[in-house]
Design a protein around this ligand. Structure first.
Ligand SMILES: Cc1cc2nc3c(=O)[nH]c(=O)nc-3n(C[C@H](O)[C@H](O)[C@H](O)COP(=O)(O)OP(=O)(O)OC[C@H]3O[C@@H](n4cnc5c(N)ncnc54)[C@H](O)[C@@H]3O)c2cc1C
Ligand code: FES
Length: 286
């Protein structure tokens, strides 16, 4: 059950100029969070800024009752969190939302992260390893500064392929290029998981369709409340066999969705939306 608490900052670490790892004390999130879930959080106890902001839960430590976020400073809410002193407090509600579904036995998890979209995959890689599965991370950004966890992920969780648009780290170009290279070279059944900018999520969803793979994407819409009341986070989805697209709250029914059900902005809902079996997913997963 999500808990609404004052959460003290236990540790903060700067990663380069704009990213921070922030560890807060919050027993319920530490005990219950699953990869893909998030917290709604804001620094301090004052009314400014008025709304909490959503951040993916990156790591948990149930014994110490703490969880860790990877925060990129982009505006007032994230800047106030990154500026908290040790022992400073935040208002925190979590864990919230629908997590990623671990892959079935024998199916590899191909994790595709853009920028801070790596956060939920830290926890997910641990969950997959605990059930004896295998994960491989494709981690992209504009420049090396957008990949602050590249080396640490490689040390702690294993296989990582980096890609940057300017070539300053890993492959030069989009992160989907090494992913396609990998898909061409492997016969192991795989499932795709993606978290990052919309354009990347959409590209991964289309690759999944092309390769007949199941895929989940973690969407990143604006969120006001995190609990299904403000309707600020609605996204269009369409289930297989449903003739109409429907609006769903990303905070309560997501942020993780079946990629085949997302109707991307500018795309029309289709009366021909196919089931997973029709898309060849059963074959791809053996
Ligand atoms: C489910 C979920 C999980 C998230 N996980 C993380 C995470 O692990 N780490 C992290 O750093 N951020 C994460 N975010 C994004 C984070 O919530 C926003 O960056 C934050 O709300 C910005 O608040 P702000 O007050 O600092 O900036 P604002 O003043 O709200 O925004 C500053 C600038 O950032 C842009 N911006 C704001 N929100 C987003 C967004 N969601 N996507 C793209 N651009 C945005 C605005 O358009 C504006 O240009 C997540 C968002 C969602 C929905
Ligand atoms: S953020 Fe308010 S309904 Fe989802």
């Amino acid at each position: 059950m999500p808990a609404n608490r004052i959460a003290p900052l236990m540790a903060g670490e700067a990663l380069g100029e704009r990213h921070w790892l922030l560890t807060f004390h919050h027993p319920e999130t530490a005990r219950e969070a699953r990869a893909g879930q998030f917290v709604m959080i804001k620094a301090g106890t004052s009314a400014e800024p008025p709304l909490r902001r959503p951040f993916s839960i990156m790591a948990v430590d149930p014994e110490r009752e703490t969880f860790t976020l990877l925060v990129k400073e982009v505006g007032p809410g994230s800047r106030a969190l990154c500026g908290l002193p040790p022992g400073g407090v935040a208002q925190c509600l979590g864990p919230l939302g629908r997590p990623f579904t671990p892959p079935p036995t024998g199916v590899d998890a191909l994790l595709v992260a853009g920028g801070y979209g790596i956060a939920p995959f830290w926890l997910f890689a641990q969950e997959i390893s605990r059930i004896g599965g295998r994960a491989r991370l494709f981690y992209g950004g504009r420049t090396a500064a957008d990949l602050p966890l590249l080396a640490r992920f490689a040390e702690s969780a294993g296989a990582v392929v980096g890609a940057t648009e300017d070539g300053s780290s890993g492959h030069r170009g989009m992160v989907t290029a090494p992913l396609v290279e990998w898909l061409r070279g492997t016969k192991t059944p795989a499932r795709l998981y993606a978290c990052g900018p919309d354009a990347m999520l959409r590209a991964v969803a289309h690759l999944a369709e092309e390769w007949g793979l199941a895929a989940e994407v973690s969407l990143d819409p604006w969120m006001g409340c995190g609990v299904g009341t403000c309707l600020g986070c609605v996204v269009r989805t369409q289930a297989a066999g449903d003739p109409r697209a429907r609006y769903r709250c990303a905070c309560t029914e997501g942020p993780v969705f079946d990629a085949a059900q997302v109707v991307w902005p500018g795309e029309e809902a289709s009366s021909m939306r196919r089931t997973a079996a029709e898309r060849g997913v059963a074959r791809a997963e053996g």
